[in-house]
Design a binder for this molecule. Structure first.
Ligand SMILES: [Zn+2]
Length: 96
């Protein structure tokens, strides 16, 4: 059994991702990563609302990626963050 990097996203019902982060099980947890993302949003005084569709029904989601280390995942995460398209992030990162 191998451990893979997990992706945490804050998603609206239309699966637009507002914010995302990654963690490696054993080093961190879903709850800790959610706390980091919440702090980040609070620091930015960001509105809890999807910037694309306007929905306020946001929820954090946890998913496995195909990467085995945060170092491996970092370039892909940076690229997707720059593009601002986390829907693509899911498709590219999820191992299947
Ligand atoms: Zn949306």
């Amino acid at each position: 059994m191998s451990t893979k990097v997990r992706l945490v996203q804050l998603l609206c019902p239309n699966r637009h991702a507002i914010v995302a982060g990654a963690y490696l099980p054993g080093e961190s947890t879903f709850d800790d990563t959610v706390a980091v993302l919440r702090n980040k949003l609070q620091a930015l005084e960001a509105e809890w609302r999807c910037g694309i569709c306007g929905s306020r029904r946001l929820a954090f989601e946890d998913a496995e990626t195909r990467f085995r280390s945060l170092e491996q995942a970092a370039p892909e995460l940076a690229r997707l963050q720059a593009k601002g398209d986390w829907g693509v992030a899911l498709r590219n990162l999820l191992g299947n």
